[in-house]
Design a protein around this ligand. Structure first.
Ligand code: FAD
Length: 372
């Protein structure tokens, strides 16, 4: 008999499992996949930790979450500084003085600000009606045409003129030479990969892989007082109100027999003709070295394609629209009626959480359960 059955060995499940176990509870963790770590799973290929479900960069302003994760892993000093490739022209991201210098030859922040203002004014858009007009009214035509238009179209599978303006509320423009994508106090990649970090979180806890909760629900339920469920909320209710929608991503991963393909972890392809949105070169998350500091002779890249999602595909990003928001609210009413089951995590709450956020809510939930 267990105090808690935890469905899902991702970050939410692993943090709850750690906290409850440390407080003396008996916990069983199951996952239908053949590995732990959920979507932050990394797999070693040619000595490189490959981010199988998409690139994950840990960044947070939450000091206690940062201290918490550092209990389970050392973090390296990786800083996310993506590069944009527009038809072979390379630009720094996020938009900053390096970008503006390359785009217009401007040298000082005043010149850059004046150029943006000149383009904004020339566009003369007071009341943006779609994403294209919104972007141009914020940063002018050149940045929109080269760095936003094609990329956004590929991401959403629709022309920017057909996308609502509200998707882009603001576009951060930095008048400094700062390529650090995240405005976070703490940032890095766990040395040895995320899988190793989650393994350390789950140390000493019983984990059963290749175990689908729904294949054996009644029996699994009967073995625990409470269930923490981190799978999709609509799947729990057998989709009886309909299925929640996601945006999906497809990855094409390749091992290359060369040490360096693009010289950076992330390169975004911002033109409309290149079919992928970006290429991740995984070794640069760890500076091209293995854990002993040796250079790695090969490299692994993943091309990312944004794609429509259909039931059965891997769910990635919840769709933040009225229809899905309402459907989730209806499922939440059903979930609140379940006395034995707690729904949590990105799928259980149908919510995009960064890693630090999902860890913070899992820590809060575990504390709440232990108080009750
Ligand atoms: C493409 C992409 C890139 C991202 N990049 C970043 C980033 O750079 N930085 C950042 O902070 N965050 C990033 N995130 C967010 C991050 O992935 C999430 O915060 C995190 O994975 C959420 O953990 P979770 O435990 O809620 O969910 P998951 O990791 O999805 O874990 C849920 C687990 O439940 C299991 N499960 C589901 N159903 C069942 C069942 N029936 N039976 C048994 N097991 C089941 C699943 O197999 C899965 O392992 C990114 C997300 C995406 C989609």
């Amino acid at each position: 008999m267990y105090d808690y059955l935890i469905v899902g060995a991702g970050l939410y499940g692993a943090v709850c499992a750690r906290q409850l176990t440390d407080a003396g509870k008996k916990v069983l963790v199951i996952d239908k996949r053949s590995h732990i770590a959920g979507n932050v799973y990394t797999e070693k290929m040619e000595g490189i930790n490959v981010h199988i479900y998409g690139a994950h960069i840990f960044h947070t302003n939450n000091k206690s979450v940062w201290e918490y994760v550092n209990r389970f892993s050392v973090f390296n000093r990786f800083t996310n500084s993506p590069v944009a490739n527009y038809k072979g022209e390379l630009y720094s991201l996020p938009f900053n003085m390096y970008t503006f210098n390359k785009m217009w030859g401007v040298v000082t922040p005043e010149e850059a600000a004046a150029k943006i203002e000149e383009q904004r004014k020339a566009a003369g858009i007071d009341n943006p009606q779609n994403l294209e007009e919104q972007a141009i009214s914020l940063v002018g035509t050149d940045i929109y045409e080269k760095l936003i238009k094609g990329y956004t179209q590929k991401q959403w599978g629709r022309p920017c003129e057909d996308l609502p303006a509200f998707i882009i509320k603001r576009l951060p423009v930095r008048l400094t030479f700062d390529n650090n994508y995240f405005n976070a106090l703490y940032q890095g990649i766990p040395v040895g990969g995320y899988t190793k970090m989650v393994e350390s979180m789950l140390d000493g806890i019983e984990v059963r892989l290749d175990t689908d909760y729904f294949a054996n629900k009644a029996e699994l339920d009967s073995q625990a007082d409470k269930v923490i469920y981190t799978g999709p909320i609509d799947a729990y209710f057998d989709y009886k109100l309909g299925n929640l929608e996601y945006r999906s991503v497809r990855f094409e991963t390749e091992v290359l027999d060369k040490p360096n393909f693009q010289g950076n972890a992330a390169v975004n392809y911002t033109d409309a003709d290149t079919p992928w949105t970006r290429i991740i070169e995984h070794k640069w998350f760890e500076f091209g070295k293995d854990e002993d500091g040796n250079d790695l002779p090969k490299t692994v890249i993943s091309r990312e394609y944004s794609s429509e999602w259909k039931l059965g595909d891997e769910p990635y990003y919840p769709v933040n629209d009225e229809k899905n928001g309402k459907l989730y609210a209806d499922y939440k009413v059903l979930a609140d009626k379940e006395t034995k089951v707690i729904f949590g995590g990105r799928l259980g709450e149908y919510k995009y959480y960064d890693m630090d956020q999902v860890i913070a809510v899992a820590l809060d939930k575990a504390a709440e359960l232990l108080k009750a």
